[in-house]
Structure formats: C-alpha cells, structure tokens
Design a protein. Sequence first.
Length: 343
Amino acid sequence: MINRNDEAAPRTPLMDRLTGEALPVLAPIILALAAFMAIGSLPTWLTLTLAGLAMGMMIFVMASGLTLVFGLMDVLNFGHGAFIALGAFVGVTVLRTVFPEYLGADSVALNLIAMVAAIVAAALVTGALGWVFERVIVMPVYGHHLKQILITMGGLIVVEQLIHVVWGPNEIPIEQPATLRGSFTMGEFGFEKYRLFAALLGIGIFLGLRAVLKRTKIGLIIRAGVENREMVEALGYRVTLVFVAVFVAGSALAGLGGVMWGLYDQLVFARMGMDNMILVFIVVIIGGLGSVEGCFIGALLVGLVANYTGYLAPTVALGSNILLMVVILMWRPQGLYPVAGSQ
C-alpha cells in the first residue's frame, strides 16, 4: 500500500521554470545581494557592482563572437584572441592618427565620431581577417576539435608576431575620450563614465544579437542549419556561406571588444588577446557553449566576482573566476543555458 505522504510533490510550471530558464537569471542578483551583506557599505557596494557590470559587458562583447562560432559552427577557435588584439591596435591607430583632436575635444559628438570610427575600422579589419582565417586555417579542420585547437593557437601566435612587426614590441598608451573621463559622483558613490558607456554598449550588442538570432529570417536559417543542415540546403539556402558570415561577425565582435578593453586599460599590447582568453573561455564555458544568453549572464557573474573578491579578498581574486566556473559546472554541468535549450 502506497502512503500518500511518501509521494513526491507534483511539479508546477512555476517550479519547472525556476529550475530551468529563470534560475540562472537570478544568479547575478543573488551574488550581488550576498556581496552587499559582506561589504556592508551601500556606496561601496554600488560602486563595485556597477564596475563589475561594466567589466562583464566588455568581456561579453569579446566572448560573444567566440560563443557564436562554437555554438553555430562547432569550431574551437583559440585564435579568437588574435582578433581582440588586432582590433585594439587598429582602433588605437585610428584614434591616435586620424582623430586625435576629436578624441581630446570637450564635445560628446566629436568623441562619439572618433569612437565610432575606431570601432568600425577595428570591426572591418578583424572581420576581413576572420574571413581569411576561416578559409585558410579553420576550413580544413572542420569536425576535428584537437586539430582546431592546435592550428588556431598557431594562428594566434602568427598574428601576435605580425602585430610586433607592424606596431612594434612596445605597449601603446591611449587616452579615453575627453567626455568619458572621470566619474559621476553622488555623495560617497562614484562611477566612471567610460564604464557606463561600455555597459550600455554591451547591453545593446546583446539585445541586437538576440533579436537577430530569434526574430529574423537569417537567424532562423542559422538555427535551422545547426539542427539539420541537409534539409536547409535542400530548400535552396547556402548554409556554408551563412556560417562563414557568422565567423566573420564573431571576429568583428572580437575586434570591437578589443577596442573597448584597450580604452578601459588605456593601454594596448600584442599579448592582450591571449591574456583575456582565459576570462573569455570561462564565460563561454559557464554560459553554456554556444549560448548568447548564457554568455551574457556568465559575463555578468565573472565581472561581479572579479570586483567583489578584489575588494573583499584580494589574495584570492586571481583564482576567483576559476572557482566560479567550478561552482557553476557542479550546479549545471552543461552551463547556464546549453545551446539545445536556448534555441
């Protein structure tokens, strides 16, 4: 005889949603509240939180291209860091040589013109490099992950050396646009203007990517091509060209992210792409390989953890994101939003 008290409680749609799509969205909020209790000071917490969000958005811009390429093309592109570094150098070159007066002018319009020009130039150059990279290096090793890792890592090293040839071995300093320097202050609370700009740009890119993938015909073709390539090609669509375009777009996003990160550090150097690849891969892994939504939430978590631990426990700050990745994967082994579930 079965005792009704021993039966499992029936699951409701709300419970399923909380354990499925909604719970990962709450993770940054839970982390922020826990940090507030540990920090105790509202102005300090607000400053660290907003700085973490801005840092997370810059990491998201760099990581979004990689997660697109892996999720839609099944390519492990360790050369992604080359596009980050090259984009930063191209953007800095445009700002220093073409628009130095605009960069230093006390005018939002002139500063934006300089920034847009640098970002567009970086995206165009890294997008073109991405096309060459895919045709020459990646295309011969489709379906072979180990070969992809080795050959794209080699491509990264080659591009770094080319940067040394063109721009020299030394670091190049770069100032932020005049109107984006300094901070907003309200009492004891302060927030850097450039970080606010970076956060808004990152959010805009996320919303744009999600809209393209979810609400446009090209997004439908891309997602259908991932699920059943033969069927999509039978309908007359050239999936290969679509996937090449995805690789180019991912490379362009990396270049854009490189410009933003270079201005954030106010310094660019050839190894900056490789140095940032650790954070980029952590975000892509914990987000769920190939998931734009997961990448966005993962980037927020990484940025917040880096800032909170840097303030509360500086000695463990360097390893904090590795610990975050371990905790997330123990909770959700496939990442926050696995591709199968996000599409």
